[in-house]
Write a protein that binds this ligand. Structure first.
Ligand code: PMP
Length: 404
């Protein structure tokens, strides 16, 4: 299948928006992706025809809502190569998925134990582990990166030991676009008996993900970075492991029996899904997966890589641009600084030209400190971006330079 980007763009109504009298160039896909009509239609259809609570149904609408909600679970499992859909837990997002794991591991950690992360991590894959360490007396260790913004595998290996209870690292860095060798890192961590959590928030829309091939214990991502609504996340875990862990939040849906004195729990995934979930959002995720899976995946990946390469090449011709992060293997993200301008000023001047980029620390304050920068300007691509968007960005930067 070949890629017709114009036809694909036409499926995203928001891309026709004008910003400051210019056609929108949306380059903030690492923050959130836009939604195709198929997903918007699924949300409207659910609320118009099927709205009911799930899993409680003695009536037709409840059956329909439950069917579509559970179909999304099956589709999610298939999308990430998970052999058992019971391992798919729906959360609010990557952040909640990681907090869930950090909380249910509390009883397994104590003084003398270690948690290993890397210098690349988003606050969502750092702060919950700091909190777990504070609760349990465990120590948080941080594997170094090199000057290009890649994990130093030797340092990662050196910081692993039989004291390491969990290693948590991103599949792709949201700040630099670095693709981590997650299979290798997982192998090293599991070899010392550690559990492994991979933060897949930035990988899920850009790389084929197969959790069984990675070999990790947990994989987390957010639906909204995959063309689906906000407010839905996924935590995949090995089913036997999930069934052996205690619940996090208590309430409806997660129990088997309740008495005034004590309660017993459902097996996974319901043990970890207390209360009414974001039903419409999960059904929207199901629609997004159907939409995405019908696209020519290899062509989409090649297209995104072309956009990144074209950006790097054009940036190479602008001496005032300093790239932040030069990893050998990157997807979607290009972070940079322009002359000695503050990233926020660059972002504002680009916005005036209809170009949406992200500026600031990208929820990676320790990483920015490590790199010695106040923040960056970040352009991040998705499947619906075009070479024309790249040209508009480059022209926008050249014009911005005349204001500095
Ligand atoms: N990890 C990474 C690598 C991310 O890019 C993000 C989102 N910026 C998160 C975690 C948190 O995702 P969410 O805000 O959807 O929970």
């Amino acid at each position: 299948m070949t890629l017709d980007v114009a036809a694909l763009r036409a499926e995203f109504p928001i891309l026709a928006t004008q910003v400051h009298d210019a056609p929108l160039v949306y380059l903030d896909n690492a923050a959130t992706t836009q939604k195709p009509q198929a997903v918007l239609d699924a949300l409207m259809h659910y609320y118009t025809h099927d709205n009911a609570n799930v899993h409680r149904g003695a009536h037709t609408l409840a059956d329909r809502a439950t069917r579509d909600f559970e179909a999304a679970r099956e589709a999610t499992a298939a999308f990430i190569g998970a052999s058992d859909a019971r391992g798919i837990i729906f959360t609010r997002g990557t952040t909640e998925s990681i907090n869930l794991v950090a909380n249910v591991l509390s009883e397994r950690l104590g003084p003398g134990d270690e948690i290993l992360v890397t210098e690349l991590e988003h606050h969502a894959n750092l702060v919950p582990w700091q909190m777990l360490a504070a609760r349990t007396g465990a120590v948080l260790r941080v594997a170094a990166i090199d000057a290009a913004g890649q994990v130093d595998l030797a340092d990662f290996g050196n910081k692993l030991s039989t004291r390491t209870r969990i290693a948590a690292f991103s599949h792709v860095s949201n700040a630099l676009g670095t693709v981590n060798p997650v299979e290798e890192m997982t192998r090293l961590a599991r070899a010392v008996g550690a559990l492994v959590l991979v933060d897949g928030a930035q990988a899920i829309a850009h790389l084929p993900v197969n959790v069984e091939a990675i070999g990790c214990d947990f994989y987390a991502f957010s639906a909204h970075k995959l063309f689906a609504p906000t407010g839905v996340g996924v935590l995949w875990g090995r089913t036997a492991l999930l069934d052996a862990l205690p619940p996090w939040q208590g309430g409806g849906e997660m129990i088997e029996t309740v008495a005034y004195t004590h309660s017993t729990w459902q097996p996974a995934p319901h043990r970890f899904e207390a209360g009414t979930p974001n039903i419409a959002g999960v059904i929207g995720l199901g629609a997004a997966l159907r939409w995405f899976s019908a696209q020519p995946r290899a062509a989409l990946i090649a297209h995104e890589n072309t956009l990144v390469e074209a950006t790097l090449q054009a940036f190479g011709e602008i001496p005032e641009i300093r790239l932040v992060g030069t990893p050998q293997h990157r997807v979607s993200v290009v972070s940079f600084l322009l002359a000695d301008a503050h990233p926020h000023d660059v972002g504002t001047l680009l916005d005036r030209q209809g170009i949406a980029v992200r500026t600031g620390h990208h929820c990676t304050m320790p990483l920015m400190q490590r790199l010695g920068v106040p923040g960056t300007v970040r352009a991040s691509y998705s499947v619906y971006n075009t070479l024309d968007d790249v040209h508009r960005l480059v022209a926008g930067i050249r014009k911005t330079l005349t204001f500095l």
